[in-house]
Design a protein around this ligand. Structure first.
Ligand code: NDP
Length: 249
């Protein structure tokens, strides 16, 4: 699907793969200029080339959302000016029994899934508030249905997503009155690279069997929801969206 996002300027974090790459594609196909952020520069360059070959506009910005973002934010502003659509999608899901005390994984998930969302939101909120004075402005956070569910070995991941869901709800109290939409999207099982970084074979197998049990969405199907919500009339805010494979309960 495509939507009308003509003249919009977007930043999508985690655009190197999975849901983020598909969000970048749907936004670009819908007419937005799209800045692609993630750590893997080669993947971003490939995606930017593909978008341009299809007639869209894209800028690859290699950046780590857990580190200083000054250069990345400057690159976006210098190329595209003010941003009016921010998608906080970058995330990691590392899972192990809590008794393994994997403080390295806990820190990475908290820093990326929550700290990264805060850093990127902080960097572009003034843009969004300014943009909202003359047209739509969107902050979209990709949380997870894990914000509400419990899965053994995924306690820290689901806790970071619960934090994102609550952050989104609370940010609306500040940004909604300024005409900035805040949309929190909670996908269920979705095909991507997310589970590939789990280093515990038994936990990876569990994840695979949960996915096999109920099926999975494609990343493009989740991305489509972002295209839909951000292209509504400015006064319409789908603030909380749960998108699941039909058989996932
Ligand atoms: P992927 O692993 O395919 O995508 C994750 C993206 O985040 C990659 O582009 C990765 O790129 C980027 N990323 C990771 N760490 C950083 C960092 N420190 N700085 C910048 N970018 C980073 O998985 P998904 O597409 O599934 O994940 C996207 C989002 O969707 C995540 O927030 C995830 O929690 C959420 N989600 C996914 C579900 C699923 O079942 N797949 C279900 C519910 C929510 P790079 O490595 O190049 O930096």
């Amino acid at each position: 699907m495509t939507y009308d996002l003509t003249d919009r300027t977007a930043v999508v974090t985690g655009a190197a793969s999975g849901i983020g790459a598909e969000i970048a594609l749907v936004l670009a196909r819908s007419g937005a200029r799209v800045a692609l952020l993630a750590r893997r520069a080669d993947r971003l360059a490939e995606l930017a080339d593909k978008i341009r070959a299809d007639g869209g506009q894209a800028l690859a910005v290699a950046a780590d959302v857990t580190r200083d973002l000054t250069e990345a934010v400057t690159a976006v502003h210098e190329t595209y000016g003010r941003v009016d659509l921010v998608v906080n999608n970058a995330g990691v899901m590392l899972a192990n029994p809590i008794t393994d005390r994997r403080a390295d994984e806990w820190t990475r998930m908290i820093d990326t899934n929550l700290g990264g969302v805060l850093a990127v939101t902080g960097a572009f909120t003034e843009d969004l508030i300014e943009a909202a004075k003359s047209g739509p402005a969107d902050l979209v956070n990709i949380s997870s249905i894990g914000a509400h569910l419990t899965f053994p070995d995924f306690a820290v991941y689901t806790a970071t997503k619960a934090a994102v869901t609550h952050l989104s709800a609370n940010l609306r109290t500040e940004l909604g009155p300024k005409n900035v939409r805040v949309t929190n999207i909670e996908p269920g099982f979705t095909e991507s690279e997310l589970g590939d970084h789990i280093d515990n074979a038994a936990v990876r197998d569990d994840l695979g069997s949960w996915f096999d049990g109920v099926g999975r969405l494609t990343s493009a199907e989740v991305a489509d929801v972002v295209g839909y919500t951000t292209s509504r009339a400015q006064h319409v805010n789908l603030r909380q969206i749960v998108v699941l494979p039909t058989r996932q309960v």
